[in-house]
Each structure stands twice: as C-alpha cells, then as structure tokens.
Design a protein around this ligand. Structure first.
Ligand code: MN
Length: 440
C-alpha cells in the first residue's frame, strides 16, 4: 500500500494557476486519461490532469525534461492508452508521480519548458484510459444486496454466501464506453409473469448503477494467485462507472446463470483515472456490522482490516429534458460512499485470482452498485423506487420510476479529509437515446 509522502502535502502549490483550489484536479491528485484534440490528425495519447489543463506525456517525453530514470519510464509508457505504464508496476508509477509533481510544483525553475507540454481540457476529447481486455462486475455493497434481495425474496433478502464470497460475474468489455457517449435504450425479451409469453420490445425499466471502476495495474500469471498482502501492488487506480441496466430484461433472463444482455449494451466510464497513490490520504478501516463473520484467512490481513477501505464520496444527479429546456441544475438523486463496501478492492482482486485466474494490465473490476445504509444513499432507481412502485419526485414536480429518453445521468466523486487537499474524479455522464434511433 502506498505511504503518505510529500506529493500529498496540502500546502504544495503548482505554477498552473487553475490548479489552485481546483474542485477536482489540484497538484495532489494528478489523475490519468487518454486524450486527443478533435478535428486534428492527432493520435490519442496519455495525459495527466492539472487544474483545467492536461500535461501531455508524449510531449513531455519528447521534451526530455525529467531525469534518466523517469525518461526511461516515459519512453516505455508512451502510447495511446495506459496499459504499458500499468504493466511496469508500482515502483515505476511512484517515480513518475514524483517527477510530474516536481515538474508542476511552483518551485520548478524550468516551468516555462513544462508549460509547452500543456493542452487545455476544454479542447480535448477522451477514450477509455486503458484497453480493457476483461471486465468483472462485483456486488460489494451489502446494503444494495439487501434492498434488491428484499424486492425479490422478502423473507430471505441476503443469500447465505454473501458475507463469505465476493460475488461477481464476468461482464462484457466490448461495450464499455467513455463518458458522454449516448446510451441507446436496448431491445430485449420482457416477461412480467413466468406463466405468459415474452415479448421482444424496447426496455421499459432502464436504470443506472452508481459504481467505482478499479483498474488492474500489473497482472499475474495463470495458476499463480495474488495474496491479500500483495493485492494492493497490483491495483493501478480508480475511476467512476455507470453500469446501465435493463431491469425488465434482467428479471426474465437472470436465472439460472446470472445477468447477460440486461447489462452488456452499455457501461460508461469516466475519462480520469485516480491513482492508488493519490488516494493514500483517504484510506479507512473496513466497515462491517459487528455480527458479520470474519473473512476466511486468504481474504484477511491486518492492513486490509485497518486501511483497506477508501473514503470516496459519491453523487448521482439526473437532468431531464424539461430541466435542460428550462436551464435548471441537475437534481441530486443519490449520495453514497465507497467506504460502505463490504469487500475492499484488495479482497476483490485476491478472490478473483484465488483459483489461479490471470489478470492483465488494464482489466477493470466494478464495485457493484455502491449503496449506503441510509435513505438517500441508494445507488440505482430499482432501490430508490422500490422496484418501480414508489415514484421519485423531482424538485420541478416531475416523476420517475425508471429512466426516460433524453434523461442524463451524471456521477461524480470526491475525497475530503482534514489536513489534506480535496481531490475529485471528474464526472461520468450519459444521455438515454430512444431505441428506434438504433438503426432497426
Ligand atoms: Mn453493476
């Protein structure tokens, strides 16, 4: 696990003016993305956010402004996405962070040369930060599992395996998409009762899921599980994810093998990926109810117990077409925290490899809908509207049970801790488009 160091110093300032008091991207954050300037012949490449700017790592590599060791890392890590840097391992990530921090620090005398490597975020477009070979969706909020379980099994909401096995399913990497790409309402088989005949029609119960995406850094060889003590060293960082879900398709298809087409039509990811080292100040103890059973030994360590969690405040906002037309602000419909996770990122990674399964640089794990215990901390409409029975009333009087065409979901996240800088994850956004536009 990364230790606190001078790159977390709340008093450190950058020569980039917009980084001062920036809501997301101060000097202590330094998240990664893959970007380019559209309508040019530029290729996508890796950049680091600082204030309203992007430090272009390809230009930095060509400018030769860093020491030989870090130059070697930049030479190898250059490319359209982060996979090569991820594969280099935690020592390389740490050295690169240190040198980028020094270069952007206000005491850097060569700041004018570094300034030539900046590109304004306002002029950039993004693709996924890594090439994602495999994507796994976990189910790590016990509060989500209980509320959803209660809708389907009022007498037995939480299945007996939940507090022993980190539950997950293998998702579809090909339909992961970057923020702001449209989300087409999927067609599928719907059947409200097992005694009737299903129909094939556009989904009527379209939902979002508030999740965090964990990016695998260095992988492991097939047949060689990662231990709980080594798991953090394999994690590169975290981003935001909206796992769009078709609840009516899901209800008809999920037995006996789990989610399939109800989940694989679109999953949106934020452009910015916050490194595990940037998250070091916001680590917290694993939060569980006192009557939870202890994890099996392969999922237990003292360090994971004391600081395996991460205090990340999450927020979901909804912008309807009417609100957009009347220029109203998006309505906050859910607030939660990654600290509510029953399983830590290290436990999910350890369990995933425990059978010998190999992970690759750039693979993504999603946390599962990250709901909290209280009302207002629901991470999806299925929970918020109790399966569509209790409509959500918005500030302008509109109602929703599930998403309508034209609705936009905006998710954001922040870390705040006394004595440290506030850092943010930016946003993941997506607008629901009618199924008919999908070329049928
Ligand atoms: Mn999900």
């Amino acid at each position: 696990m990364f230790r606190l160091n001078h790159t977390h110093d709340v008093n450190a300032l950058s020569w980039v003016d917009s980084a001062h008091q920036h809501a997301h991207f101060g000097l202590q954050n330094l998240p990664f993305a893959s970007f380019r300037v559209p309508q040019t012949d530029e290729e996508f490449r890796v950049g680091v956010a600082i204030g309203d700017e992007i430090l272009d790592l390809e230009r930095l590599c060509r400018a030769k402004l860093v020491n030989a060791r870090t130059q070697a890392i930049l030479n190898c890590a250059s490319g359209p996405q982060l996979n090569a840097l991820m594969a280099m391992g935690a020592d390389a990530w740490h050295l690169l962070r240190q040198d980028i921090f020094e270069g952007l620090h206000q005491q850097n005398r060569e700041w004018r040369a570094w300034q030539t490597c900046l590109v304004p975020q306002a002029s950039a477009e993004y693709q996924l930060p890594s090439h994602v070979g495999d994507y796994t969706d976990f189910y790590a909020s016990i509060h989500h599992a209980r509320r959803v379980g209660a809708l389907f099994r009022p007498d037995n909401p939480l299945l007996p395996n939940y507090q022993w096995v980190p539950i997950g399913y293998h998702g579809r990497a090909s339909s992961l998409q970057i923020s702001e790409h449209p989300v087409f309402r999927p067609y599928g088989q719907l059947n409200s009762s097992p005694d009737s005949v299903p129909v094939f029609s556009p989904c009527q119960r379209l939902d979002y899921e508030l999740e965090l995406a964990m990016y695998v850094g260095s992988g492991n060889l097939q047949g060689y599980p990662v231990t709980i003590d080594d798991a953090e060293a394999h994690l590169f960082g975290l981003g935001l994810m909206n796992d769009w879900s078709a609840r009516d398709i899901q209800a008809w298809e999920y037995q006996p093998l789990g989610p399939f087409l109800s989940k694989s039509f679109a999953t949106s990811l934020s452009p910015w990926l916050v490194s595990m080292e940037a998250l070091a100040p916001y680590r917290c103890a694993l939060q569980r109810e006192t009557d939870s059973p202890p994890s099996l030994p392969y999922l237990h360590s003292e360090e994971n117990q004391q600081s395996g969690g991460i205090d990340i405040q999450l927020e979901v906002r909804l912008l309807t077409p009417m609100m957009r037309e009347q220029q109203q602000a998006p309505h906050i419909i859910g607030r939660s925290n990654f600290a509510h996770s029953f399983w830590t990122a290290a436990q999910m990674l350890t369990h995933h490899t425990s059978n010998g399964c190999n992970l690759c640089p750039g693979d993504v794990f999603a946390s599962g809908t990250m709901s909290g215990p209280e009302a207002g901390q629901e991470g999806c409409l299925l929970e918020l509207t109790q399966g569509g029975k209790v409509p959500l009333i918005l500030a302008n009087g509109e109602q929703r049970t599930f998403l309508q065409d034209g609705d936009e979901i905006i998710m954001s996240a922040h870390c705040r801790r006394d004595g440290f800088a506030d850092i943010g994850f930016g946003e993941v956004r997506g607008i629901v488009c009618p199924a008919a536009e999908y070329g049928r």
